[in-house]
Design a protein around this ligand. Structure first.
Ligand SMILES: O=C(O)C(=O)CO
Length: 256
């Protein structure tokens, strides 16, 4: 059975509700996990209370601070933030922290920026070791949403992970970003399924509910699961409706 997770930055975001209420709405929609981005701007006590009340799991959040890994000068600050992020993830029971590479910097070559990412993530792996939390470096599309971002290629993300060479560090594979970049899932993932710590889905164009666009998400997921992927599928899309029934039907259409 596939497991899903609602990205409550966008799903269940109703005007006037407290952020933690989105966890209760996720439960009402039949989901058993949620994820979000920043933890530094949220009421963690309220989130922990909603998690305890509903039994909903937190599948992931962003590793803070979201400063560029491409800049070697950010290494210590990023690693200090990772230590805090791991503690928050452990408190909320989240198995995944999401790392963004940051923007491509004019003052460094691509090779230097990649070396900076690898060097920081290698020390990051020591911090993560034994914590029960894995880090997923996330490639993002540079064509629509993140112009200037360093890591737009899934294959390069996987290469970086291989260079880090530690099971604590993998990638978040977002099928929307990948499809926007024109990637073929089978080709870019190949035999490296075990490096994927988490999946994200949204359709394209629009970054809306799966089924509203042209990406063959169900087929791509079938293939990823056939290769042995067993993590969660994060529903990170801009919903066209906040009706919980619509989320349930998306989950069903994706094999849930
Ligand atoms: O920032 C984005 O576009 C993301 O996909 C975050 O997960």
């Amino acid at each position: 059975m596939r497991q899903f997770s609602a990205c409550i930055e966008w799903l269940f975001a109703r005007d006037g509700d407290a952020f933690a209420d989105r966890i209760r709405l996720a439960q009402a929609a039949g989901l058993d996990a949620v994820e979000f981005w920043h933890w530094t701007n949220k009421d963690l006590d309220a989130i922990a209370a909603a998690v305890a009340e509903t039994g909903i799991g937190v599948s992931g959040m962003v590793a803070e601070p979201m400063i560029a890994l491409t800049n070697p000068a950010n290494k210590e600050a990023w690693l200090n933030g990772l230590r805090e992020s791991v503690a928050v993830a452990q408190r909320l029971g989240a198995p995944v922290l999401i790392a963004q590479a940051g923007d491509e910097l004019a003052e460094f070559s691509r090779a230097e920026q990649r070396a900076a990412i690898v060097a920081t993530l290698r020390v990051g792996a020591d911090i993560l070791e034994g914590s029960g939390v894995r880090l997923g470096l996330e490639p993002l599309n540079t064509k629509i949403d993140h112009a200037g971002y360093y890591l737009s290629s899934t294959a390069e993300g996987l290469d970086i992970v291989d260079e880090v060479g530690r099971p604590e560090v993998g990638i978040v594979y977002d099928l929307y970003h990948s499809a926007v970049m024109g990637e073929d899932t089978q080709q870019v993932v190949g035999d490296r399924i075990d490096r994927i710590v988490h999946l994200h889905v949204a359709d394209h164009p629009g970054r809306n509910d799966p089924g509203t666009g042209r990406i063959d998400l169900a087929e791509r997921l079938d293939w990823l699961y056939a290769q042995g992927y067993r993590g969660r599928v994060g529903l990170e899309y801009k919903p066209t409706t906040q009706d919980p029934a619509a989320v349930r039907s998306v989950v069903k259409s994706l094999g849930g």
